[in-house]
Design a protein around this ligand. Sequence first.
Ligand code: SF4
Length: 329
Amino acid sequence: MSLLEVNNLKKSFRVSDPLGRKAGRLVAVNNISFSIGKGETLGLVGESGCGKSTTGKLILQLLKPDQGQIVYDGTELTGLSPGKMRPWRRRMQMIFQDPFSSLNPRMTVAATLSEPLLIHRLVPPRQIRDKVIELLEKVGLTAEHEQRYPHEFSGGQRQRIGIARALAVEPQLIIADEPVSALDLSVQAQILNLLQKIQKEQQLSYLFIAHDLAVIEHVSDRVAVMYLGQIVELCSAEELYKNPRHPYTEALLNAVPVPDPDHARPLALTGEIPSPVNPPAGCHFHPRCPYADDLCRVQAPVLKEISTGHLVACHYHDQVGHYLLQRRS
Ligand code: SF4
């Protein structure tokens, strides 16, 4: 059974011109559906501004959707009052891209980790210190770190504190919003390994948001690719990397660095991402798509299952792969 089901979720925002007059609506999330199983990682990938982070905020009910359902462990969350939502929010936690801005600079690590334990009364007060040290050790820090302040840590260590804070309330689902994109490559690998280790120990589910397919390749069971607020491809991670069927996925894969650059036959992603206030007619990807033809310019493709568990929104999905770099020998 799925832990989380997202059905036909939609969110738009009013946008104004410089004089404050209504200038249109920005459709950030446009009718998306997916599920996440217990202990599963779903990668959500796409360029900046495609609606990934808005999707995370909608799931946590930090934003109200215009339409659609969010069903968590069998309970529909959309429409719950703030009071009724509180116990559910504890079960879903977020890890941010920039842990420095999400940590209070005036609070020691011990105070940061104690706060959620006290608010949710998860352990008796006299056991809080032991729990704080247990959390620190779980993320690769030690008791020596508990009285330090955020500025005394490296970026990777701060992200470990952010993970410990999320784990303090014993969540089942973690929404990790670009959790490693601000870190050096070697530190990225350490944090990804830590997230995977914790997932195995605690049977956690992750929604792992990233703009880079290379980052989520090794952590995701399935991957959803988003473009201009819509899911354009969704399948197992293995299938996506071996057999992408959407030109946008193909272009994202070609952007992943390869060990042998002489092998490169890139389909570069040309042009700017169009404005979501006024997206192109037909298939929204057509101005940047090398496979586009007249049909694409007038008729939007529907997301449909082309093989078991592999969904694609493209009129010509059977032709895709022509420009794909040979990433593996
Ligand atoms: Fe490209 Fe057409 Fe497929 Fe859209 S529908 S991705 S424009 S081939």
